[in-house]
Every structure is written in structure tokens, then in C-alpha cells.
Design a protein around this ligand. Structure first.
Ligand SMILES: Cc1cc2nc3c(=O)[nH]c(=O)nc-3n(C[C@H](O)[C@H](O)[C@H](O)COP(=O)(O)OP(=O)(O)OC[C@H]3O[C@@H](n4cnc5c(N)ncnc54)[C@H](O)[C@@H]3O)c2cc1C
Length: 615
């Protein structure tokens, strides 16, 4: 049996797949999403939460470009919090708890209503390719074959297989094939990727147990409410109107740590049953007890999985210890003494494709038309996956249309920082975003994501008229506010001068001047203007640095450049650059394993070549 052909075919309906499908279809490509289960599209495999430090900024960037994650979260959010509020608006980061069911059904509805998009249920067994015209062993994609033997033709395929490739779930001594709780693994696809010449590696990640809500004694625990005025993720959402819920906080204790230490030999990570690397920054409770041996307790957040859900996510004790140990551990924690476990914690090991094998458009270097996005590239997290999915969807559609790919710069977006890190430095453990990864983080703020990216989204055709009108309205409001800061005077000084003073948030000025009060109640606009005033000097310095970096990035390296021809270049530098194929000097300098002297030799050689070809 054969299906009609498509322009872009996406394997997977997770967070990368959703954005890829949405972007490609909205750019006019005939798009298909093939995924194991339609009812599992948009499933939050682990934590029922979106955003956080570094991640919340990426959700805003996805939204600013015309993506979906922010819009879904605004509809599904049950508790919104702006993190880092005490540290000043330059580092604020939005986060929301989501209702797991509403999140998935909202994502599915967006896709089902999306023109140009067909959703097909099925498992992809292989990716088909033929030799590519330019020789040198290169190939190009022709389509995919499903488990039932059906072939679907498409010149571009985006693989977003998440934690499912060759996946094995571990809970204590038990090992069961499966991509996540209750879902089968993808078995054939790894072999197909290998036969296309891609090298695969193995990573692992883990999740905590879930508890029955009615069996937790919340009365003894501290409450953690959300913000009184929730800040939406999407620039399209005016207000969050749905009711907000509370989370609760509890702690591990010395008895729990003792129990874990006594059972470490039964934890798959320590018994040798799992050899692959897990995320250092989302460690399991057994990792925390070993690595932070001096700590006598670790914080736990009890997060409801939804308004009507009976399940509580136990954030902070991800574990793959055996069930009997999990049961004893829960019973030792305050408030959970009588709690019933609704789902056991477990770890999953899966295949990934070391990302130096893709370029910054997210297309594989070996197979033209084959793109990879999300956890398959060695990342961890919904937002990281979504950011890559969006870029892959855009670039697959652009490839079909004969347009150049878009590449987001490190100075434009956290998504750009992430992709550059992946393709330039590779990964040795699951990669997650942190603000410290970005050298221009004062510029990459949540509040100005639209200023940074919506014009690009508009130019490539992903930003529709409504979003564009909103963007322009916001822009002119922000400009009017900044002008008011200069023109209004109070006790002999301009408002701008007052706002520059430390600890001055402008509240009393807003109360005094009608021209300001309307903006003060719009925290988005106010926060943005306030940052621009308070950090003016730093922002200008950062702009100068960005300009210098851009000059470096503008120095392009031909894609067929022979690194072996550089006299005296170290073997390691030749190998690293020949694998990564940096686009420019900036990327070459950031490549892992490269020394400053290697870069100097490269620049000398490029300059000599340029002199040879110039008249
Ligand atoms: C046990 C566990 C622990 C986790 N721990 C963390 C954590 O510590 N920190 C964190 O940030 N995130 C964690 N995650 C989150 C997380 O799942 C991902 O980071 C995120 O969901 C990745 O998105 P994705 O789109 O790449 O893949 P996924 O959301 O995994 O989606 C993959 C999709 O591909 C489909 N698929 C796969 N293969 C095929 C095929 N051959 N044919 C058809 N369809 C296919 C699947 O059905 C699914 O729809 C964890 C997930 C699990 C399962």
C-alpha cells in the first residue's frame, strides 16, 4: 500500500514534532505527521510543567517566531510563576504548571485544525534514500516505510523520535523495552539511521513516582501559590483567566538518604545495568544523595497533574530504584507517610544521534532532506525539543521551496545558542538550556523575544497578520513609554533619571503621572522599558560585543575547505573541523578541542587562499 506524497514528513508527535508540523504546514508545505498514537500527541512524558530559567525564554522565542508551545501552555496552565523575580527583570523567566490532559488535547486540536497537515497513526520502520546527484556517496531522502509496509514519499523527513529509539525502561532490576510508561519503543528506526551512515549513541533520563492525591496529607505541608497576576507565555494571549492551583513543598530527610545509600547496588545507574549518561542537572535522588553527601535534605515539590487529575507529580525525586525501595522512601517523607504510588519512578535509556552530524539548519550532513530535532539530538526537555522542531520544520519547508535555511544566531535567541552548541560542541550528556550558556544573555530576555524574532518570523511567512499587528502595537507602546520617561519631570529630574536609581521600580512615579499608570499595569511593557533604562550601559556594551562577534561570524569558510591543507595544523583540529564543517571562523573557534593557535593557522590559510583567488 502506498500513501500520497508530501513535501515534509515528520516522524513523532512530541514537542519537537508538534512545532515542526505546525511550522512546515503554515509555511505552505504539504505536511504529514506520522506518530505511534494520535491520542499521545503533546504528551508531557515527565514533569507537567513548561518553562523555567532559560527554558521560559525559549518558549517566548518559539512564540515570537509563530510557534505553538506558548499558546498551548496559556490554555493548559494551572499555575503560572515568574521565576527570579527578586533578581530584577533582566533575568526573569516564566514557568507554568500544566494540566496534562488539557495540554495534550489543546496541542492535538491546533494540529487537527491546521491546513496542509495530515496526521497519520503508525510506526516508521525505515527512512528511504537514494544516491544524490553530486556524488561523493551523498544521498537524499525519498520517503519512509511504515511497519505495515506502506511507503510514504517525501523529499524531506524530520525525525523527532524523543526517548523512543531502541528504548529500554529500567526500574530496579527490571528492564522492559518501551519509550515511556505504557508505550512501546521504536525498534527498526535505529538500524535504518545507521544504514544511512549515521553514528548513534546512548543516553538515559529518569522520572519520579506519581502519587494518589487523596492519600497525601497536604494539611501538614507548606503551600506554594502561583503569581496573583499570571504572565502569559504567548504574545497573542491577553490574559490568563482560568483558575490557578497551589503546589505543596516537602523534604527528603536523613532516613531517606540512609535507605538510598543502603540500596545503591540495586539502582540501575550504580549496579552497571545502565551505562549511558543521564542529565547532570536533573539528577535522580540517588545521584543527589551520592553527589551532595553533605546535604541532609532535598526539597520536593508536589505538583498536581491537572484540575481533575488524581495524580501528584513528586518533583525532586526522579528515581529508578526498585519498587520496594520507592515504597519505603515515600513512606519516610513528611506528608506522604500514607501515600499510595500511582506510577513508579523509572529511567529510560534510548538511542540518540550525536549532533555534530547535523548542520545549523538541523539537516544531516550525510543525507540531504533528512532533519533531526529534539531529544534525538541529545537534548533533554520539552522546550529544547520544541525550539529545534520549529527550526527543522521551517528549514524543511524552505528546502522544498528552494529557499536558503534560516540559522538563528547566538546573539538572536537561546534557540540559536542551543543549536550552535549542539552542532559545534556535540554532547556528552543530555543537554539542557541554562542562561549561563548564552554570552549575550542581557539581550536574550523573555520580555524582548518578539523584538528579536517576530520580524524574522514575518519575513519567512510564519507570522500571520494578527500577530504582526499585535507586535507593532506593543512596539509603539514601548516606544511611547520610553519617550514619556524622557519628557516627564519630577523634582527636577526626568523619570528616566529616577528609574536609573537602584531599587526604584517606578511605582510612585506611575501613581503620580497618568501617562505612566496605564503602562504600569501592563507588566510586559513596563518590565521591558525598565530593563532598557536600568541596564542601558550594559546593553550598549553588549551590543558592541555582538557587533564584534558578527564580524567574526561574517568570515565564512567554504563548505569544501580542506583542513588537511593547513600547514602545521594539529591532527585533532583537522579531525574536529572536518567532522563539524564550521560555517565561519566564529563557529570554528567554538568547536570543542580547538586551541587558539589552530584558529590563527586557519585564518592565515584562508587569507592566503583569498589572496590567490582575488584579482
Ligand atoms: C522517563 C522520562 C524522563 C524524562 N526526564 C526528563 C528530565 O529529567 N528533564 C527534562 O527536561 N525532560 C525529561 N523528559 C522529557 C522529555 O520526554 C523530553 O525532553 C521531550 O519530551 C522530548 O521531546 P521530543 O519531541 O524530542 O520527543 P517525545 O516527546 O519523546 O516524542 C517522541 C514522539 O515520537 C514518536 N515516535 C518515536 N519513534 C517513532 C516511530 N518510529 N514512528 C512513529 N512515531 C514515533 C512517539 O510516539 C512520540 O510521539 C523525560 C522523559 C521521559 C520519558
Amino acid at each position: 500500500m502506498s500513501h500520497v506524497g508530501y513535501d515534509v514528513l515528520i516522524i513523532g508527535g512530541g514537542h519537537a514534532g508538534i512545532e515542526a508540523a505546525w511550522a512546515a504546514a503554515n509555511l505552505g508545505a504539504r505536511t504529514a505527521m506520522v506518530t505511534f498514537r494520535r491520542d499521545a500527541i503533546g504528551r508531557l512524558s515527565c514533569n507537567p510543567a513548561i518553562g523555567g530559567i532559560g527554558k521560559g525564554q525559549m518558549v517566548r522565542e518559539i512564540d515570537a517566531l509563530g510557534g505553538l508551545m506558548g499558546r498551548i501552555t496559556d490554555q493548559a496552565g494551572i499555575q503560572f510563576r515568574m521565576l527570579n523575580r527578586r533578581k530584577g527583570p533582566a533575568v526573569w523567566a516564566p514557568r507554568a504548571q500544566a494540566d496534562r490532559e488539557i495540554y495534550a488535547s489543546t496541542a492535538r486540536r491546533f494540529l487537527e485544525d491546521c491546513p496542509n497537515l495530515t496526521i497519520l497513526e503508525g510506526g516508521v520502520e525505515s527512512i528511504d534514500a537514494r544516491p544524490h546527484g553530486n556524488g561523493r556517496g551523498a544521498r537524499c531522502v525519498t520517503g519512509v516505510t511504515l511497519a505495515d509496509g506502506a511507503f510514504i514519499a517525501s523529499p524531506t523527513v524530520i525525525v523527532t523520535s524523543g526517548t523512543f529509539l531502541g528504548a529500554l525502561m529500567h526500574c530496579g532490576e527490571s528492564q522492559v523495552p518501551g519509550g515511556r510508561h505504557g508505550e512501546a519503543a521504536a525498534i527498526g528506526l535505529s538500524g535504518s539511521l545507521r544504514s544511512l551512515g549515521l553514528e548513534l549513541g546512548r543516553l538515559k533520563t529518569g522520572t519520579p513516582p506519581r502519587l494518589l492525591r487523596s492519600t497525601v496529607d497536604f494539611g501538614r505541608l507548606d503551600e506554594q501559590p502561583g503569581d496573583a497576576r499570571p504572565t502569559p507565555f504567548s504574545f497573542l494571549t491577553e490574559r490568563i483567566t482560568q483558575p490557578q492551583v497551589c503546589c505543596h513543598v516537602t523534604w527528603t530527610n536523613a532516613r531517606v538518604h540512609e535507605l538510598i545509600r543502603a540500596n545503591l547496588h540495586r539502582a540501575p545507574m550504580y549496579s552497571g545495568q545502565i551505562e549511558s549518561r543521564g542529565p547532570r542537572y536533573c539528577p535522580s535522588i540517588e545521584d543527589k544523595v551520592v553527589r551532595f553527601a553533605d546535604k541532609d535534605r532535598h526539597q520536593i515539590f508536589l505538583e498536581p497533574e491537572g484540575y481533575d487529575s488524581e495524580r501528584i507529580y513528586v518533583n525532586g525525586i526522579s528515581t529508578s530504584l526498585p519498587r520496594d525501595v520507592q515504597r519505603q522512601m515515600i513512606a519516610m517523607i513528611e506528608g506522604l507517610e500514607r501515600a499510595t504510588i500511582a506510577q513508579w519512578g523509572y529511567a529510560v535509556e534510548y538511542d540518540f544521534v550525536p549532533p555534530e552530524q547535523i548542520d545549523a539548519s538541523l539537516m544531516t550532513k550525510r543525507v540531504r532532506g533528512l532533519f533531526l530535532a529534539g531529544q534525538i539530538n541529545g537534548t533533554s526537555g520539552y522546550e529544547e525539543a520544541a525550539g529545534q522542531g520549529l527550526v527543522a520544520g521551517i528549514n524543511a519547508a524552505r528546502l522544498v521551496a528552494g529557499d536558503d535555511p534560516i540559522v538563528l544566531g547566538r546573539d538572536e535567541a537561546y534557540v540559536g545558542v542551543m543549536i550552535d552548541d549542539l552542532v559545534t560542541r556535540g554532547v556528552t550528556e543530555p543537554y539542557r538550556m541554562f542562561t549561563s550558556r548564552a554570552e549575550h544573555r542581557l539581550h536574550l530576555r523573555y520580555d524582548n523575544a518578539d523584538a528579536r524574532l517576530t520580524p524574522l518570523g514575518r519575513r519567512i511567512g510564519l507570522v500571520a497578520d494578527v500577530r504582526w499587528a499585535r507586535f507593532q502595537e506593543r512596539k509603539s507602546r514601548a516606544e511611547r513609554l520610553l519617550r514619556a520617561f524622557d519628557s516627564l519631570r519630577f523634582e527636577g529630574r526626568s523619570v528616566r533619571e529616577w528609574l536609573r536609581r537602584p531599587n526604584e521600580d517606578g511605582r510612585r512615579l506611575a501613581e503620580r503621572f497618568e501617562e505612566l499608570s496605564a503602562y504600569y499595569t501592563d507588566p510586559d511593557i513596563w518590565a521591558r522599558a525598565l530593563v532598557e533604562v536600568k541596564y542601558d550601559g550594559y546593553i550598549q556594551r553588549q551590543q558592541r560585543e555582538i557587533k564584534r562577534c558578527r564580524e567574526f561570524e561574517a568570515h565564512r569558510i567554504p563548505s569544501d575547505f580542506d583542513y588537511g591543507s593547513i600547514p602545521n595544523l594539529r591532527r585533532e583540529a583537522i579531525d574536529r573541523w572536518s567532522a563539524v564543517l564550521p560555517r565561519n571562523i566564529g563557529q570554528a573557534a567554538r568547536t570543542s578541542g580547538i586551541h587558539p593557535t589552530d584558529v590563527t593557522l586557519l585564518m592565515v590559510q584562508l587569507a592566503a587562499k583569498e589572496r590567490l583567488v582575488s584579482p
